[in-house]
Design a protein around this ligand. Structure first.
Ligand SMILES: Cc1cc2nc3c(=O)[nH]c(=O)nc-3n(C[C@H](O)[C@H](O)[C@H](O)COP(=O)(O)O)c2cc1C
Length: 361
């Protein structure tokens, strides 16, 4: 009998349980550099089988929000070393989520006010929060062949830096409307060359980014997060099922550690189809309509899906309840109540709502 609370082998990395902390941006970096307070925050949550960090920019131009961290220079590597040491000292494992925001950024955040880059010169609808408040999304520069090669190289470079900083691996952010998802999307990718048009064209950037990262640090240390059906940041997918199954089938021979599905509403059938097509670990952030993921979802790790002959996922990710409960795993194991969340402090400055949530004991 599989238990959520027993160790799991993730591509050679032993997790102490099958519970992952989902990636969550918290805007507590010092500029783009991680700090002692972030080490304290992640160290407090080392009871997770796997911590996936907040989105980390692989390059300056790939950074989308003030006070979010990067992983392109030595100062950032040294800052992340504080974090990985704190987690490892308490028996945890930690992957860095590499998040290139593509068109979801703003020039005022970049050196020399460099414009944002994306598959096509199409702005997302809405506004982004910058140092001067909400600002409408700009029209991005279309990536040319050299720009695409550079962006792919930035994932590999940041992954090497992640290993130098002591991370156990990296997760490419292919979800939630950022660069990789923009290539997958009909609304953000209007290209007429080999990086668009067909399903094969639209998945090409994701596959190339994963391949370059796997070559840089070893496939068993690489995962990718996908969010089929998530319309965030003006994303529209066409031929969704075909798109994601083709992507997973193209990734399968690369032998990476996991695919992380951030499930969309009513899309369990697609999650199950991805599971059936994917030979390695499936990490799932299940869709929950009216509440945060909690202990009532743990059955997904143990309950066999008849059509699959096994459970739908190997590892389950929990988001906001990890913000509010540093000891979430212990609380779920013992059936204890959870702390009340303070969402107004999810993004912000300082220790309040960050490192001050109490443990049960
Ligand atoms: C404050 C906050 C920040 C988030 N930042 C990220 C992020 O950087 N990368 C990402 O892939 N998802 C991000 N997410 C989405 C979470 O990973 C997760 O999918 C979401 O919170 C739903 O899970 P839950 O119901 O357990 O909270 C964020 C969510 C929250 C609440």
């Amino acid at each position: 009998m599989i238990s959520a609370f027993e160790p799991y082998d993730l591509g050679g990395t032993t997790l102490q349980n099958r519970i992952a902390m989902a990636p969550m941006t918290r805007t507590r970096a010092t500029g783009s550099v991680p700090n002692e307070m972030m080490a304290e925050y992640y160290g407090q949550r080392a009871g997770a089988g796997l911590i996936i960090t907040e989105g980390i920019a692989p390059s300056d131009v790939g950074r989308g929000y003030p006070d979010t961290p990067g992983l392109w220079n030595d100062e950032q590597v040294a800052g992340w070393r504080l974090v990985t040491d704190a987690v490892h000292a308490r028996g945890g494992r930690i992957f860095a989520q590499l998040m290139h925001v593509g068109r979801i950024g703003d020039p005022t955040l970049h050196e020399g006010e460099a414009n944002v880059v994306a598959p096509s010169p199409v702005a997302a609808e809405g506004a982004i929060y910058t140092h001067s408040g909400p600002t409408p999304y700009v029209v991005p520069d279309e990536l040319d062949e050299a720009g695409i090669a550079k962006a792919i190289g930035e994932y590999a470079h940041a992954a090497r830096n992640a290993i130098a900083a002591g991370f156990d691996g990296v997760e490419l952010h292919g979800a939630n409307g950022y660069l990789i998802h923009q290539f997958l999307s009909a609304s953000a990718n209007h290209r007429t060359d080999g990086w668009g048009v067909t399903v094969a064209g639209k998945i090409r950037f994701a596959v190339a980014a994963v391949k370059a990262t796997a070559e840089a640090i070893g496939a068993n240390r690489v995962g990718i997060r996908l969010s089929p059906g998530n319309p965030l940041h003006s994303i529209q997918e066409v031929e969704r099922e075909e798109l994601y199954l083709a992507l997973v089938e193209a990734l399968a021979p690369l032998g990476i550690a996991y695919v992380h599905v951030n499930e969309g509403p009513e899309l369990r059938p697609l999650t199950e189809a991805i599971r059936a097509a994917w030979p390695q670990t499936l990490l799932l952030k299940p869709w929950t309509a009216t509440r945060r993921t909690d202990a009532s979802d743990l059955h997904l790790l143990t309950e066999e899906v008849p059509a699959l002959g096994r459970p739908v996922a190997d590892v389950l990710a929990f988001g906001a309840n990890f913000i509010g409960n540093p000891d979430l795993v212990e609380r779920m194991r013992l059936g204890l109540e959870l702390n009340e969340l303070r969402p107004q402090l999810f993004y912000g400055i300082g220790a309040e709502g960050y490192v001050d949530y109490p443990t049960a004991s």
